[in-house]
Write a protein that binds this ligand. Structure first.
Ligand code: SAH
Length: 259
């Protein structure tokens, strides 16, 4: 097989700049794991550089044509190509409960879903590095006070240190996407077990940002909070004024009053 034809519905934009592929592979710190899973390898431009690293590289790819291409061109991947949808795949089938880092020039049409799945699997994923559309990569790493600070920023940064590393222009892809791309790295925090009810934290953060221009007193109404609790000055703030730590403290307060 010669080349994979890009399919729009799978978010396929193949990277053609080898240097950038190498730079993305180099963002992995290789600390705390022996295995890496690349999501959406396509024709393997990034895979090639991952295979040079002192870790075992696996790939997961939804597109059968790409899988055939990889099987034909990368003998080193033998037995390590998962022909699956990352969003539906149970990682424990391949990795048990081992630690595994995630890398990729990801399919942008499912960026947010990828991040949420990683957050769910945080016990198994010590590091996550790769490329998203710039706006999403920035949002994940954003700190409080900014317009783009939101659900993704707070929840990701509750468990991971998030660093925006560099921007990649449209013209290094075939076909070029409509937007710029951004490379980021997430490193799981030492103490990523939060001192609050994590399910409640997710609920509070989502409710708060779903009505981001309202104060928490209004946006959290459906939680039927105790009137005394709502006297706390934190309820006069809007969600973008709260850091991840503030949201954790808020969740503790809400839990203390019982929801
Ligand atoms: N990493 C390659 C391809 C990037 S395009 C490169 O840089 O050139 C995104 C890739 O993700 C495509 O190969 C696409 O088929 C794959 N993909 C899309 N949705 C996927 C999913 N749900 N699970 C696994 N791979 C997926």
């Amino acid at each position: 097989m010669d080349k994979v034809k890009a399919k729009k519905h799978l978010g396929q934009h193949f990277l053609k700049d080898e240097n950038i592929a190498k730079n993305i592979a180099d963002t992995l710190t290789l600390q705390g794991y022996n295995k890496v899973l690349e999501i959406g390898p396509g024709m393997g431009v990034l895979t090639k550089y991952l295979l040079e690293k002192p870790v075992e590289t696996y790939v997961i790819e939804i597109d059968e044509e790409s899988v055939e291409y990889l099987q034909a061109h990368y003998l080193k991947l033998h037995g390590k190509i998962l022909s699956e949808d990352f969003l539906r795949y149970d990682l424990s089938k391949t990795f048990g409960n081992e630690q595994v880092a995630i890398a990729g020039n990801f399919p942008y049409n499912i960026s947010t879903q990828i991040v949420f799945k990683v957050l769910e699997l945080r016990d198994q994923i010590p590091e996550f590095a790769g490329m998203f559309q710039k706006e999403v990569a920035e949002r994940i790493c954003e700190k409080k006070g900014s317009k783009t600070y939101g659900i993704l920023s707070v929840l990701t940064q509750a468990f991971y240190e998030a660093e925006y590393l560099f921007t990649v222009p449209e013209n290094v892809f075939i076909p070029p996407p409509k937007v710029k791309s951004g490379v980021l790295r997430l490193k799981r925090k030492e103490n990523y077990k939060l001192e609050c009810d994590e399910k409640l934290l997710f609920r509070v953060v989502k409710l708060a940002f779903n009505q981001r221009r309202k104060t928490l007193r209004n946006s959290l109404k459906t939680l039927n909070l105790d009137d005394n609790l709502k006297e706390d000055s934190i309820f006069g703030l809007r969600p973008e004024q709260l850091s991840t730590e503030d949201f954790i403290a808020l969740t503790q307060k809400i839990a203390a009053y019982g929801v």
